[in-house]
Design a protein around this ligand. Structure first.
Ligand SMILES: [Zn+2]
Length: 88
């Protein structure tokens, strides 16, 4: 799990996600599944706790507090959806 503080944090992970052509599946608002490099799916949860934006991914990197590319892929979808919700 990591706390999202700025978009800069995600920059490298987003590049990796694009290179990998990440497949992101929408499960419900705030919960997504991203296909990992071995074909397995990781569940990513994006939620707001107080003023903190928490991102939880099942993978090993994220469990060590790293920004993984699965999270970046899920977040890019999440941010778009959150924006739509506010304007809708
Ligand atoms: Zn991950």
């Amino acid at each position: 799990m990591f706390i999202l503080e700025s978009k800069d944090q995600l920059e490298k992970a987003i590049i990796k996600a694009k290179k990998t052509r990440a497949t992101v599946k929408f499960i419900k608002f705030g919960v997504y599944a991203v296909r990992g490099s071995k074909g397995n799916f990781y569940t990513i949860e994006c939620k707001k706790v107080g003023n903190e934006k928490q991102v939880i991914c099942e993978c090993l990197g994220a469990s060590k507090g790293l920004v993984c590319w699965h999270s970046a892929a899920a977040l890019s979808l999440h941010v778009g959806l959150a924006r739509q919700r506010k304007t809708a």
